[in-house]
Ligand binder design. Structure first.
Ligand code: CO
Length: 207
């Protein structure tokens, strides 16, 4: 029988808190009364892509939303409320939307036909089907399987980015003249490097 307890996590937590206080006795005091994060991070839930760890951020720096395959969907009230709060109440001036190579969500969308998810009507299946629609145009590309997954991960970032920069909260900020830079990035599990794919800092002129 496997017995799981919270003990290892609590022990690591106490050790982390102690180290922080030893380096700076006031470390936790500055977080007590307010948060003023500089960025909103929208990323994948994947355990290998922890926003604060890979950007070297401290508490108070990032406001974070993560979901499977870092999707930005108009009907997702969870994401939209995070976006609204970050922009209008916290005043973040940077949004980092990050995908990652080796994304299991994108891989599941690629391999959806004939998979167990295809005939299901579960939250996970609905999400992966929606994701497949978003990356549809890249599915026919003739490359090696690994390169294809890499290109689809990038296509997914671009598809989610396109919806993010045209979302109501982002458009409102730009229309009001407030500064906001939005970045679409990919994190590479192999090197630990985050790279920029695309960015936008104002509303595209309507043609
Ligand atoms: Co992922």
């Amino acid at each position: 029988m496997i017995v799981t307890t919270l003990k290892p996590l609590l022990a690591k937590n106490r050790s982390w808190a102690l180290q922080r206080r030893q380096r700076n006795p006031d470390y936790f005091k500055k977080f007590l009364h307010q948060q003023k994060p500089h960025s909103l991070w929208i990323g994948c839930s994947d355990s290998r892509v922890p926003a604060e760890v890979l950007t070297g951020s401290h508490p108070g720096e990032l406001f974070v939303h993560r979901n499977i395959a870092n999707m930005v969907l108009e009907e997702d009230d969870n994401l939209l409320s995070v976006l609204q709060y970050a922009l209008f109440f916290l005043g973040v001036t940077r949004i980092v939307l990050s995908g990652h190579y080796g994304c299991g969500g994108v891989e599941a969308a690629l391999n959806l036909p004939g998979s167990g998810l295809e005939d299901q009507d579960s939250a996970l299946a609905r999400r992966i089907k929606r994701l497949r629609d978003d990356i549809q145009s890249g599915l026919a590309t003739e490359t090696s399987p690994e390169a294809r997954l890499d290109r689809l991960v990038e296509a997914n970032v671009r598809a989610q980015f396109a919806r993010l920069v045209t979302s109501e909260p982002v458009r409102q900020i730009w229309q009001s003249g407030q500064p906001l830079e939005v970045f679409g990035c990919v994190y590479d599990l192999r090197s630990g490097h985050l790279k920029e794919l695309i960015s936008q800092s104002a509303q595209e002129p309507c043609l």
